[in-house]
Ligand binder design. Structure first.
Ligand code: SR1
Ligand code: MG
Length: 396
């Protein structure tokens, strides 16, 4: 992977980002450039630089040495910028249509220069506005199925896979997920964040031994199963979309992990949006959930049958076993993510943006009941219809 190392790290400002773009020759000489810092995520600076005449632009994304969502008291490795640019390049070798083009990266400055996607909208924002993005689940699951298969021991040389996995060892970012998704929300931890009115519901989760056992099993999978290269943070804020185009961004959490994890994060964030909608407007989200699994299973199975490098691939029952476990795990991971986005650190605007307090609290209580059942009953769901059933059963 080519990532250059040229300068000493300093956080960019808008003028410095423009100067860097000029120095890198990203624009024609004398182009009138406008720049805005548009980062609205939890961790990074994002500069959007546009040639005012041609309207052509680029994105310069820079990692900060701390978690922006908390502040300088939470130091965070700059190495995540290298993980991100390498993950984007790796994904592009399998599914170039679903990731932004990377033009340049610099390890010392912790920057990735990439394609301007401002013609698209962050999927979470659009879903909150009521958009449905008809191709979202088909595109995301072709992305997940192909990247999972081709980076697994079934889709690539098994010695090369070990080397690739080594280059994506990502301990600090994985620890964020181990803590924030799999641990803190299930205990009385200082990172948790919820309205006082939810305390009785939250304390019930903290006392729930059955939930603890199942969350612990899911965390163990996340810690130990180096199965496929994951995006690692595939929520709807990591996806740009329009009615006919979809791009996955922000793979700074990429690492080798359990095959169901990205699917679970995506399911969860569709459910979080459904939880924020009136009943009659939820169906498009459940349609996405159904299509997500159908596309994933069909693309992955087709690749397994036609391109597998592993002798045992043709063994009757093995593919079915892999898919069954991927589904069960994805349901459980989705439950953890739903609970975490409701009472842990880094909430989602889908729920927090519900203006009427009683409606918001009801949606959050619903989220906690749904998340719990997804975790403890994950092995009993026989298909994606199970999401609809549990959603309805936990409504009140
Ligand atoms: C401290 S980082 C909080 C969250 O932001 C990222 O998008 C991940 O979801 C992480 O858990
Ligand atoms: Mg992110």
């Amino acid at each position: 992977m080519t990532t250059v190392q040229t300068s000493v790290y300093e956080p960019l400002t808008e003028p410095k980002a423009v100067a860097l773009a000029v120095r890198l020759g990203l624009f024609r000489d004398g182009a009138p450039l406008a720049c805005r810092e548009i980062g609205d995520g939890n961790l990074n600076l994002v500069f959007h630089i546009v040639d005012q005449e041609t309207k052509q632009g680029v994105i310069i994304k820079q990692a900060l040495p701390y978690a922006k969502v908390v502040g300088e008291s939470w130091p965070l490795t700059l190495k995540r910028a290298v993980i991100e640019s390498n993950a984007l390049r790796t994904f592009a070798s399998y599914v170039p249509q679903y990731v932004p083009k990377v033009y340049y990266s610099d390890e010392s400055l912790a920057i990735t220069v990439m394609e301007d996607l401002s013609r698209l909208q962050i999927a979470r924002k659009g879903l909150i506005e009521g958009k449905t993005y008809p191709l979202l689940s088909q595109h995301i699951d072709e992305f997940v199925a192909k990247t999972a298969f081709y980076t697994s021991d079934f889709g690539m040389n098994q010695q090369e896979k070990k080397k690739l996995a080594q280059s994506f060892v990502n301990p600090e970012l994985c620890k964020i997920t181990e803590d924030l998704v799999f641990t803190d929300p299930f205990f009385d931890h200082e990172t948790n964040n919820f309205e006082d009115e939810l305390r009785p519901d939250v304390e019930a989760l903290w006392r729930d031994d059955r939930l603890h056992l199942e969350a612990a099993k899911l965390k163990r999978k996340f810690l130990t199963e180096a199965d496929v290269l994951l995006h690692g943070d595939l929520h709807t804020g990591s996806i740009f979309a329009s009615d006919d185009e979809t791009k996955v961004i922000d793979p700074e959490f990429a690492f080798y992990g359990p095959i169901g994890f990205d699917l679970g994060q995506f399911f969860a964030n569709l459910l979080l949006n459904a939880l924020s909608r009136p009943e009659l407007e939820r169906q498009p989200l459940f349609d996405h959930i159904n299509r997500t699994w159908d596309v994933f299973a069909s693309v992955f199975s087709n690749l397994w049958r036609t391109e597998s490098v592993e002798t045992y691939a043709a063994t009757p029952g093995l593919l079915e076993d892999v898919l069954r476990h991927a589904f069960i795990d994805a349901v459980g991971f989705a439950g953890c993510e739903v609970i975490r986005r409701t009472i842990g650190l880094a909430h989602v605007a889908d729920l927090d943006g519900i203006e009427q307090k009683e409606v918001r609290l009801a949606a959050k209580r619903h989220a906690l009941r749904l998340g719990r059942r997804l975790i403890v009953e994950r092995a009993e769901l026989t298909g994606t219809d199970g999401f609809r059933r549990l959603f309805a059963e936990t409504e009140r």
